[in-house]
Design a protein around this ligand. Structure first.
Ligand code: 5GP
Length: 213
């Protein structure tokens, strides 16, 4: 088996797909470099500046774009989100994988600018579960929940463009599936990657039936 190399993993999924929780679990057992994004949205209760995001003003964000300091960025539900050009390259050269947790437009920019990146899309098991999760979180008002639901379906339409899919039904299974993808990519294990691609093709059909009718 070849030695593990650092990879650039982009993890995308609609708000409420549970990707943050899944990633939190994965990171407990895996030493990866997690990029902390810049955003212009207000912190949610419990979110800490410099830990969950770097919370900055719109003016500051636009200045950083103009200065070319963003690896990618997007507007999402009225706010800017972006990945600062940071230590990704250095970390990968040291053999440490880098994970960006970003939305679809940003993921497509990374695909274009960093062809070696691996793109994984995480999906909730059903529309009903997605709605429940967004409401249950209790951090957004109903208008925002509806806006995010509509956005979620738009994003799920793009799942087809991703390399791998994970369905987040049970958290443990989702963490295991994601860890499997990470490990197979880091080891460059072609046989496992081919099996994962086949599984993803089946999941894409399942997702299209559930969400896109
Ligand atoms: P939230 O407001 O729920 O934290 O994030 C909204 C969306 O923005 C999520 O899909 C999240 O993955 C995405 N996001 C977070 N950081 C970035 C970033 O740096 N760039 C891009 N393009 N999307 C981001």
């Amino acid at each position: 088996m070849s030695e593990k190399k650092g990879i650039l993993m982009v993890l995308t999924g609609p708000s409420g797909s549970g990707k943050g929780t899944m990633l939190g679990e994965y990171r407990k057992d895996h030493d990866v470099y997690f990029s902390i994004s810049n955003t212009t949205r207000a912190p949610r209760p419990g979110e800490v500046n410099g830990v969950h995001y770097h919370f900055i003003s719109k003016e500051d964000f636009e200045e950083r774009i103009a200065q070319g300091r963003m690896l990618e960025y997007a507007q999402y539900c009225g706010n800017y989100y972006g990945t600062p050009r940071d230590k990704e390259e250095e970390q990968m050269n040291l053999g440490r994988s880098v994970i960006l947790e970003i939305e679809v437009q940003g993921a497509m920019q990374v695909r274009k600018n960093c062809p070696e990146a691996v793109l994984t899309f995480i999906v909730p098991p059903s529309m009903a579960v997605l709605r429940e999760r967004l409401i249950g979180r209790g951090t957004e008002d109903m208008a925002t929940v509806e806006k995010r639901l509509a956005k979620a379906v738009d994003e799920i339409r793009c799942a087809d463009r991703f390399d791998y899919l994970v369905i987040n039904d049970s958290l443990d299974d989702a963490v295991r599936d994601f860890a499997d993808i990470m490990d197979a990519c880091e080891k460059g294990d072609e046989a496992r990657l081919a099996a994962l691609r086949e599984k993803t093709a089946r999941l894409k059909e399942q997702v299209a039936r559930e969400f896109l009718g």
